[in-house]
Design a protein around this ligand. Structure first.
Ligand SMILES: [Zn+2]
Ligand SMILES: [Zn+2]
Ligand SMILES: [Zn+2]
Length: 206
C-alpha cells in the first residue's frame, strides 16, 4: 500500500513536471515568434522605459539637426530661385539692349580688323587697342548708357516693385554689365591690347 502511494506520488510529480515544462514551452514559443515578426514589439519596448538623460540629449540633438537641415534646404531653394530670376531678368535686359551691342560692333568693325592685321605683323602678336585708347574699358555701356551705371530695371534703388531684391542687380542697384561704372569692358581687346590669339568679340552681350 505504501509502495502504491509512493508510485502514485511519483507519477503525479512526473506529470506535474511534464505539464510545467509544456506550459513553459507554450508560453515562450509565441513570444519568440512575436519577437521576430512584430515590428511594434521592438519600438514599443524602449518607450516603456523612462528616458535616460543621455538618450534625451541625443534625441534633442537629432531634432535640432533635422530642423537645421530643413532650414538650409529652404535657404538653398530660395537662393536657387533668386539665381534663376536673376539669370532670366539679365537675359531679358541683354535681349532688349542687343541692338546697341550690335551697333558698337558694326561701328568699330573696320578699325578692329585693321588693328588685328597690325597685331599679326607685330612682335608677340599684339598692338595697343585704339578703340578704347588702351584703357580696356569703353566710354559707355551697352545696357545702362542712359542711366550712368544704374541698373535699368530698378533705376539704382536695388528694390523690385514687389518689395524684394531687384533680380538683375541682386539689390546692388548697379548695372550688371559695367558693375555700376557706366563704362563696360572693351569688346575688342584683352586688357587694352589687341591680341591675334584673343577670341573675336562676342556677337551677343556677355
Ligand atoms: Zn580695347
Ligand atoms: Zn536693379
Ligand atoms: Zn552698365
Amino acid at each position: 500500500m505504501r509502495n502504491t502511494i509512493v508510485i502514485v506520488g511519483f507519477v503525479l510529480a512526473m506529470l506535474a513536471a511534464a505539464w510545467h515544462g509544456a506550459t513553459k514551452e507554450d508560453s515562450t514559443a509565441p513570444q519568440a515568434i512575436q519577437d521576430q515578426t512584430s515590428p511594434s514589439y521592438s519600438t514599443a519596448a524602449p518607450s516603456a522605459e523612462p528616458d535616460s538623460p543621455d538618450r534625451s540629449l541625443h534625441h534633442a540633438a537629432a531634432t535640432a539637426r533635422i530642423e537645421q537641415l530643413k532650414k538650409q534646404e529652404l535657404e538653398l531653394e530660395k537662393l536657387a530661385e533668386i539665381q534663376e530670376q536673376s539669370h532670366l531678368s539679365r537675359d531679358l535686359l541683354r535681349q532688349a539692349h542687343q541692338y546697341q551691342w550690335t551697333a558698337i560692333l558694326r561701328t568699330n568693325q573696320t578699325a578692329f580688323y585693321a588693328l588685328l592685321k597690325q597685331a599679326a605683323k607685330a612682335p608677340g602678336g599684339v598692338v595697343p587697342c585704339t578703340i578704347c585708347d588702351g584703357k580696356s574699358y569703353m566710354a559707355f555701356c551697352a545696357i545702362c548708357n542712359r542711366v550712368d551705371g544704374k541698373c535699368p530695371t530698378c533705376g539704382g534703388s536695388g528694390q523690385a516693385s514687389t518689395g524684394k531684391l531687384c533680380p538683375p542687380c541682386g539689390g546692388t542697384g548697379k548695372c550688371f554689365l559695367c558693375s555700376g561704372s557706366g563704362k563696360m569692358l572693351c569688346a575688342f581687346c584683352d586688357d587694352g591690347m589687341i591680341d591675334v590669339k584673343h577670341p573675336l568679340p562676342p556677337r551677343d552681350i556677355p
